[in-house]
Design a protein around this ligand. Sequence first.
Ligand SMILES: [Zn+2]
Ligand SMILES: [Zn+2]
Length: 245
Amino acid sequence: MLMGGLQNFLRGALDFLFPRHCVNCGKSNPNDGYGHLCAECRNAPFARPVNRCLRCAEMVGAAAPVFRCAACENSDFYFDAAKVACEYSGAGAALVRELKYKNAPYIARDIAKIISESAGFAEYFKGAVLAPVPLHKRKMRKRGYNQSAKICAEIARQNPNLNIAVAEILRRKKFTQTQTALDKDDRTKNVKGAFEIAKNNLPKDSKIIVLDDVMTSGATLNECAKVLKRAGFKSVRAFAFARRS
Ligand SMILES: [Zn+2]
Ligand SMILES: [Zn+2]
């Protein structure tokens, strides 16, 4: 009781000294539990669950979840399943931009919270080893941190009961241009051979989840999954916070 009161007082004092604003709409945003997103933006359509293919995370309309869809029927994904928490639009996109380009690693906390509250989270993440998509050391130097690794660490920290581990199993050996402006085929070519296994002693039956902040065509996550599967890991799934399209 007393501790709670003190905590609320301190938080109120901090908000007074350093007023927080919603990264999406700019409104001032006191104590609502989502540090950098106001309650209104938190409940915006970006976070509304949509039906997605369980294999490739493509939208499949109003139909019940399927394990193969038109988009992944003829593709050779190496990951066993893929899942995302929200759309890359509105507040979801605003959080990612803030995390990646505004030197704001603490945004990973908000993102991890949204992920942790997304449908099917516990089932997907229980007992998993999270492998962040690595940055090339040149980009790492520029940004100062790997945004995906920050999200992984926060997911593990916020869910102590789910026995989630984080392991930087992958390393980026090739500097690649940003995927944003490329089409699907070029994305696949662009990341080909970009990753390798970093030294690790993980058992090959670990339940690996390769995690990225954003998924578009799935090319990056797929290339990571390929390297892991070829290294002998049997269970490799993909996860991204937000999906474009
Ligand atoms: Zn807002
Ligand atoms: Zn699919």
